[in-house]
Design a protein around this ligand. Sequence first.
Ligand code: GLP
Length: 237
Amino acid sequence: MRLINTKDYNDLSRKVANVIASQVVLKPNSVLGLATGSSPIGAYEQLVNDYKNGNVDFSGITTVNLDEYCGLDGTNDQSYRYFMNDNLFNHVNVDVNKTFVPNGLAADLDSEGANYDELIASLGGIDLQLLGIGHNGHIGFNEPADFFEKATHRVELDTKTREANARFFESLEAVPTSAITMGMQSIMLAKAVMIIASGKEKSEIMKKALYGPITPRVPASILQLHPNLIVVTCDIF
Ligand code: GLP
């Protein structure tokens, strides 16, 4: 594990963007696993600047996102597809046909999950997977559970998760109750994983995830077993 402690959120965002940009410079046809939530927003902004300054070319990459709410289509401004378009894809030269987000509107979510896993495998897996962390230790939407779920699957969202994400919606009731998320296999098979966290309120869960027992009760703890884990933090330690 490589631990990069940064001095503030801007510093964190710049360093995270630098790692992603380096990945793309070194391998222009990289498969990037991307995440939503507030944590990566600054890094995406930085990547947009890098693109505008001519420092990085996204034309060859493919992206696969971690998760999506069930019941929201891509035009809904709370959907993760909308988030990715709005924060990154619309502002850089990525081929939008090579940006993938699980379809939370699929009639058969089991098939959607299986297809998503097949897609990732057919791309040769993920080169670099970016992750945030939920207050309960979730990664993607892999909530605390009795076992680690391997495949992309539908998940009932934890009350804590819905409460934490309610800040983006009009009310708690408006937060979807379920989601579809990449499972642990695609995440753990990524050649590199970068998890980011900032702020005192993520401190306890990050310590549990990185230094506590490996347990599906703290889903991010499985990352301790990843051979190429990059942790970028500010205000955590
Ligand atoms: C959501 C996403 C996660 C993300 C988490 C943390 O629940 N599904 O992928 O890591 O939020 O979000 P934030 O970075 O806003 O704390």
